[in-house]
Every structure is written in structure tokens, then in C-alpha cells.
Design a protein around this ligand. Structure first.
Ligand SMILES: [Zn+2]
Length: 82
């Protein structure tokens, strides 16, 4: 029985990280003076709204992924069709 060492990819196992915009840090200026609020859009999508106190950058994200502002507006104004 040959024990073959398993080749491990370099670096830690790639956990799913949406980390383009880690919550708590402003992607614009890098400040951590960010207020994050959880809210639910009209169509039921739970989002996090972050606002930077330093540069007033606003950021919306859903499950760790940044949302375009226009997408947020679209969702917020979308009427449920059932
Ligand atoms: Zn900022």
C-alpha cells in the first residue's frame, strides 16, 4: 500500500468568501467607521446597508455580495407578482 501524499493547493482551503466588501470596512476609504444596518427590501431580499462616516460612501450587500444601487432600487420598487 503506497501512501501518496496529497498535494494540497497552496494557501488555506478556499472557503467561499464574498469578501469584496468586508463588512465594517469602507471599500472607498478603508475606514472602519462604518455603520451597518440589516434591512429587508420590498421584495423580501434581506440586505445589509452600510454607511461610511468618513467619506459617506454607501454600500448595499446581500449575503456578503455587493449590490448595485440600481439593483437595490429595482428590488425595493418591485411589486410582488404572485
Ligand atoms: Zn469611506
Amino acid at each position: 500500500m503506497a501512501l501518496v501524499p496529497t498535494q494540497r493547493p497552496s494557501g488555506p482551503a478556499s472557503l467561499t468568501q464574498a469578501g469584496t466588501h468586508p463588512s465594517g470596512v469602507c471599500p472607498e476609504c478603508g475606514s472602519n467607521r462604518v455603520t451597518a444596518l440589516a434591512m429587508t427590501l420590498t421584495d423580501g431580499t434581506p440586505v445589509q446597508f452600510s454607511s461610511c462616516h468618513e467619506c459617506e460612501h454607501r454600500l448595499w450587500s446581500h449575503e456578503g455580495e455587493a449590490l448595485e444601487f440600481t439593483d437595490v432600487i429595482a428590488r425595493a420598487t418591485k411589486h410582488k407578482v404572485s
